[in-house]
Design a protein around this ligand. Structure first.
Ligand SMILES: [Zn+2]
Ligand SMILES: [Zn+2]
Length: 345
């Protein structure tokens, strides 16, 4: 089967290779991939900014159909439409695993970086990782369950979280920003979405998806707008950095009010400068979130099932895995929003 693989460490080193179909082990299911999303992490793996264990098939945002189940498993059936959590193995005994934070397990191996992922025809995953896709959620929409679960983890699971009546600012209207926007709107926040000249279309989509205000920071100073819409001009109650761009992180520090909350969701891929003095002066609470927890997956699937979060409008490009280079290029050039890869025979 044709697979998009990181073949050795270092910059680039991604190739389309022909590999054997994976063999099923006890406690696993084999999934026939229908759609797999390209994520910022894949680009970071391309640039060697995110750890991977080559040779490995990339792709951790997967939706497909069960085609084989190991014998001990009886709660799923052949033909079930599913998506899968990303941890292939966790140690189960470290403090984080025991507390239910498997995303923080020190020995965690994930599909698409540590073990073979979904930019191919078939993959095997532990049965404990799979979730049924709701009937009204297509494979394409379901491939975005993983990024949505990450957003749910960062927005709803980390304390202190957003509350109704908060003024929230999002920097970066990419896929993660637009998912964050929809989750924030479902929580009753007033949302300002910030982008740059390159984000014009994304900002328009943000507006369609419910952003109360959108603003191009290269055309207009967001400080004025945020001042106008917050009580006594104090600033935003909570800010979300979803762009992975250093200047955005700095700008959000200016926009958040004293005793406000700063949430880092995007990844920069390198160290950025940030005015930590403001953490003191403003008594900010800063949090980040990494990946997702089983609970954030369950919530993500409910948000998709009841239509609270829409993922289809975010999908702008679909390529076969043999066109992976074109897909990575268009993703890097930010010409679209979310790019899916589909297997080829
Ligand atoms: Zn992802
Ligand atoms: Zn562990």
């Amino acid at each position: 089967m044709k697979a998009v693989m990181k073949v050795s460490s270092g910059f680039g080193n991604i190739e389309l290779r022909d590999i054997d179909e994976p063999r099923l082990q006890a406690g696993q299911v084999k999934i026939k991939v229908h759609s797999a999303g390209i994520c910022g992490t894949d680009l970071h793996i391309y640039k060697d900014e995110y750890p991977s264990f080559p040779p490995v098939v990339l792709g951790h945002e997967v939706a497909g159909e069960i085609i084989e189940i190991s014998e001990e498993v009886d709660n799923y059936q052949i033909g079930d439409r599913v998506t899968t959590e990303t941890y292939f193995s966790t140690c189960r005994v470290c403090a984080y695993c025991r507390d239910g934070y498997t995303n923080l397990c020190l020995k965690r191996l994930s599909i698409g970086s540590g073990v073979n992922g979904g930019f191919t025809q078939y993959l095997v995953v532990p049965v404990a990782n799979i979730h049924l896709l709701p009937e009204n959620v297509s494979f394409e929409a379901g491939a975005l369950t993983e990024p949505l679960a990450c957003v749910v983890n960062g927005v709803l699971e980390k304390r202190p979280t957003v509350t109704s009546g908060d003024v929230a600012v999002i920097a970066g209207p990419g896929a993660i920003g637009l998912l964050t926007l929809q989750v924030l709107k479902s929580s009753g926040a007033t949302v300002v979405t910030l982008g740059t000249d390159a984000d014009q279309q994304r900002l328009e989509l943000a507006e369609k998806l419910g952003s109360d205000y959108t603003l191009n920071v290269q055309q207009q100073d967001p400080l004025d707008l945020v001042g106008q819409i917050t009580n006594e001009g104090l600033g935003a109650d909570i800010v979300y950095e979803c762009s992975g761009a250093g200047p955005a992180a700095m700008q959000l520090i200016d926009l958040v009010r004293r005793q406000g909350r700063y949430v880092q969701i995007g990844l920069f891929g390198h160290a950025v400068s940030w005015d930590l003095d403001q953490l003191c002066y403003k008594e900010l609470i800063a949090t980040g979130s990494f990946a997702s927890t089983p609970e954030s997956w369950r919530k993500a699937l409910r948000l998709l099932a009841d239509g609270t979060v829409q993922t289809i409008p975010l999908i702008t490009d679909v390529f076969g895995v043999d066109d992976w280079r074109k897909a990575f290029d268009s993703f890097e050039q930010r010409s679209g929003i979310k790019t899916l890869l589909q297997p080829v025979e």
